[in-house]
Write a protein that binds this ligand. Structure first.
Ligand code: FES
Ligand code: FE2
Length: 435
């Protein structure tokens, strides 16, 4: 096939061809490198995916009290997630009605009003305009112009996870999450009280690469033996685990060691054995007992199976943390990592769990920085015009569809990524995405 580049900046070309950037035929699945480097495609993704679907914006525990707020983005658009005096959650565009400045510059805080830093206009935390500074410069009917912080049309939560949608109609959040809810429940029920909290802030990684590098990687069970080889050796040197055992556990076929592609582009990686960076609960029988008491022994096994869960397009639920993907530009992305606490599991348990998290996922850790480095390697390589296709074909010959309609395959297979790109193609080419 002749390598072809779509011309950045030219309009009209892409609409015909954007669907051709994901090619699926028998036994082979490929995506075109342009999806990582083309500015126009990035712009379309922001509109057709991030402004059309449900996007995760915050965890309720980040704003527990009236007046609490945090900031987020929906695609490139800044928003404030605030809880008003009646306890209701609003998602407001963080954009002054005067001349466009953000009105809130903090990541998280408490305020009943927001004052724009530019010319001092004041807003309530439900978005209504209190008034303009030096009001006499405006006419009498200024108050009737309808100026305010616009609301993001739809906001809904599921088990503390707050999602918002810029599209004012479409499927409900519950419909959207139908295929992944069971896994969200299991993730929450790692707390004996069914409640996960985000007690502190995030640590943030920035990398010069496309957002989909992180999207693909969190459920990629193929890279661990290579990218995280050094961590396995550290564990071996410290006497904690044998590196060969780790590799063997990853390669094992037939036991609970799966990659799954779910509906709506979601996916997950699932392992019985400890995933690197995950606190191994098998060494804490009293915690396991708590979970068994709360939910029964059979469900305990399901709950404590380790999973990295991806919820299209920007959310990961890792065992220890919530991870948010924030696209900034076609080749710039923030990854925000919010460590979580399991309510009712006890301070000692949560502390040990956080320590393990820090060791693999923290800013000075042995895991996540290696992944970030790989995103940069891949982002550099995809500029080679002579080799425009990415192969995401691994496991196509051995995956199967279970009774829930999930594709199931070995944990090193690329079926979750295929689910992501089918969903990507759907939104990038469908009527809904084109709205
Ligand atoms: S831009 Fe906000 S007050 Fe001027
Ligand atoms: Fe990794």
């Amino acid at each position: 096939m002749t390598p072809q580049k779509f011309s950045p900046g030219r309009t009209g070309i892409l609409d015909d061809k954007v669907g051709d950037l994901v090619i699926e035929d028998s036994g082979r699945f490929r995506v075109h490198s342009d999806i990582y480097v083309n500015q126009e495609i990035f712009g379309l993704e922001m509109t057709r995916i991030f402004e059309s679907t449900w996007v995760y914006v915050a965890h309720e525990s980040m704003i527990p009290n009236p007046g609490d707020y945090c900031t987020a983005t929906i695609g490139r658009q800044p928003v404030i997630v605030s809880r008003d005096d009646d306890g209701q959650i609003h998602v407001l565009f963080n954009r002054c009605a005067h001349r466009g400045s953000v009105v809130c510059r903090e990541e998280r805080g408490h305020a009943s009003t927001f004052r724009c830093p530019y010319h001092g206009w004041m807003y309530r935390n439900d978005g209504s305009l209190i008034g303009a500074a030096q009001r006499s410069g405006y006419p009498e009917d200024f108050g009737e112009w309808g100026l305010r912080l616009a609301k993001v049309p739809r906001v809904q939560s599921y088990r503390g996870l707050v999602f918002a949608s810029v599209a004012d109609d479409g499927e409900s959040l519950m419909e959207r999450l139908a295929g992944v809810r069971w896994y969200i429940d299991a993730w929450c029920d790692r707390s004996p009280q069914g409640e996960v909290t985000v007690p502190a802030g995030a640590h943030r990684y920035e990398y010069p690469g496309n957002w989909k590098m992180q999207m693909e990687n969190g459920v990629d069970g193929y890279h661990g033996n290579y990218v995280h080889e050094s961590f396995a050796h550290i564990l071996e040197r410290s006497g904690e685990r044998n590196a060969t055992d780790i590799t063997r556990a990853r390669n094992r076929v037939g036991s609970r060691n799966f990659a799954k592609g779910l509906h709506h582009g979601d996916g997950l990686l699932e392992r019985e054995d400890g995933m690197l960076g995950t606190y191994d609960t098998r060494s804490v029988p009293e915690y396991r007992e708590q979970i068994a008491e709360a939910y029964g022994r059979e469900r305990m096994e399901e709950i404590l199976t380790q999973r990295n869960i991806f919820i299209f397009p920007n959310l990961y639920l890792f065992e220890s943390h919530i991870r948010v993907i924030r696209p900034v530009a076609v080749d710039k992305t923030y990854v925000e990592v919010y460590p979580t606490t399991l309510v009712g599991a006890g301070a000692e348990f949560n502390k040990a769990r956080l320590r393990e998290h820090q060791r693999f996922f923290g800013p000075a850790s042995f895991g996540q920085p290696d992944d970030i480095e790989i995103f940069v390697c891949a982002q550099t390589g995809v500029n080679v015009d002579a080799m425009p296709w990415m192969e995401l074909s691994r496991g196509m010959a051995r995956e199967y569809v279970n009774e829930l309609g999930e594709t199931v395959s070995h944990s090193t297979d690329e079926n979750p990524q295929r689910a992501m790109y089918r969903e990507w193609r759907k939104w990038m080419t469908s009527e809904e995405g084109l709205r």
